[in-house]
Design a protein around this ligand. Structure first.
Ligand code: SAM
Length: 405
């Protein structure tokens, strides 16, 4: 999925933040400039300004180069490919709706697996490319590409299968699952099925040098600021000191309060992963995902280590439905992996300062996640709790707020 990046200042260190290369820094920056006050988030239940949403969110999906980033994610591609082709009985002779078809790949695979008709809905001009791809692969008679927002278009019939790749960072960033829920409630037959059928969010204690690096980057940015204030005063005669506090807030938010994208190695996870929530795609409602509150426990499994924060990720499953299960259940996991990471990576929620931890220490964590008021596709997460060491000593981890941007 695409990602925005927080760009509070156009300093060089921001541009070299450890994000994957597909992040459209400038587009994100420009699109935040276009946000008007009418862009009330759906988090609060208010209407979303479609033009603003298009500028902020959809515009990046109109680029082939961005679609290619997703098409090159082997873990993602293999999971969807296997889910379809190892469960052809769910597709043969069936009607399929692909929500957010992008390049058209899932629609074409559905047709190759024997679907009678595939409706491939895409909000952006990528729809034109998808139509060409469908034609070039000989499926124009099966796949109908429809340009438009899922919420606005009409289909001539209800469908047997809804397939979609809707997942964002930490599963719910981008809030695209809302559109899949809408599609399901309007267009899925009563006995129809969802691809994927289930999704889960995970959180685990972790160690990383990244957190210390971020703190140093923050201190470097502030040193640079004080130097800038001095120089501006002495060369140009204006004291910029009045900006110091708001600048500090911006930099703190960026370096210390924004979760970091990373593909972690499994040995950086120092305790048992805890399940934050599980979603049944057939029954979940927008209300179920608009705010999430979870109290979870984890046990430290590594001795003499440092708790530097928490890592969050998700997985999705293709199980069919109880009455008509998958012949082969497929999992797409974005957990830390030794081999091939995904473009979703993991979200790292840093802890400043790190806490010493040892095998057997018990962690209790309260997580609360909601949509950002300024942009319903971005998330804010509160994480706090405590760690009870095997010695009996208990250390509180004060609640911190993080942005997933
Ligand atoms: C993550 S991409 C997946 C593209 C493609 N299905 C794939 O798997 O490679 C999601 C796509 O859904 C489209 N999309 C998101 N919300 C949509 C909506 N409400 N209606 C139509 N298209 C939507 C985006 O423009 C984007 O191309």
């Amino acid at each position: 999925m695409l990602a925005y990046i927080n760009l509070p200042t156009l300093n060089i260190s921001s541009l070299f933040s450890p994000k994957p290369p597909h992040h459209l820094l400038l587009l994100r920056f420009l699109s935040t400039l276009t946000m008007g006050s009418s862009a009330a988030g759906r988090g609060g239940g208010a209407a979303v300004d479609k033009q603003v949403d298009f500028a902020n969110y959809f515009c990046t999906y109109g680029f082939l180069y961005h679609q290619k980033e997703m098409l090159s994610d082997k873990v993602r591609m293999d999971a969807y490919y296997n889910a379809i082709f190892q469960n052809k009985h769910h597709f043969q002779g069936k009607t399929v709706l692909d929500v957010g078809t992008g390049s058209g790949i899932l629609a074409i695979w559905s047709a190759q697996a024997g679907a009678r008709k595939v409706y491939a809905v895409e909000a952006t001009k990528m729809a034109d490319h998808a139509r060409e791809l469908v034609k070039a692969n000989g499926f124009s008679n099966v796949v109908e590409v429809i340009e438009g927002s899922m919420e606005d278009i009409n289909l001539p019939e209800k469908v047997d299968v809804i397939i979609s790749e809707w997942m964002g960072y930490f599963l719910l960033r981008e809030s695209m699952f809302d559109s899949v829920i809408f599609a399901r409630d309007h267009w899925l037959k009563p006995d129809g099925m969802m691809y994927p059928s289930h999704a889960r969010i995970w959180l685990a204690p972790m160690k990383t040098g990244l957190v210390e690096q971020k703190r140093r980057d923050y201190e470097g940015a502030m040193d640079d600021w004080y130097h800038f204030v001095d120089e501006t005063k002495s060369y140009y005669g204006v004291d910029m000191g009045v900006f110091t506090d708001p600048f500090k807030d911006e930099q703190r938010k960026y370096y210390l309060q924004t979760s970091m994208w990373n593909n972690l190695h499994p040995n950086q996870i120092i305790g048992t992963p805890a399940l934050v929530m599980e979603i049944d795609c057939l029954t979940a409602t927008v209300n179920d995902i608009i705010t999430i509150n979870a109290n979870i426990s984890s046990s430290v499994t590594t001795d003499n280590t440092w708790l530097c924060g928490f890592a969050g990720w998700f997985d999705v499953h293709f199980r069919g439905r109880n009455e008509n299960p998958a012949q082969k259940e497929i999992e797409l996991s974005t957990a830390p992996s030794e081999n091939c990471g995904t473009h979703w990576g993991q979200q790292v929620f840093p802890l400043h300062p790190a806490v010493h931890a040892g095998q057997g220490d018990a962690l209790k964590v309260a997580l609360s996640m909601r949509r950002s008021k300024e942009n319903h596709r971005l998330l804010e997460v509160d994480i706090g709790g405590d760690i009870k060491q095997t010695s009996g000593k208990q250390i509180s981890l004060p609640t911190k707020m993080y942005y997933i941007e």
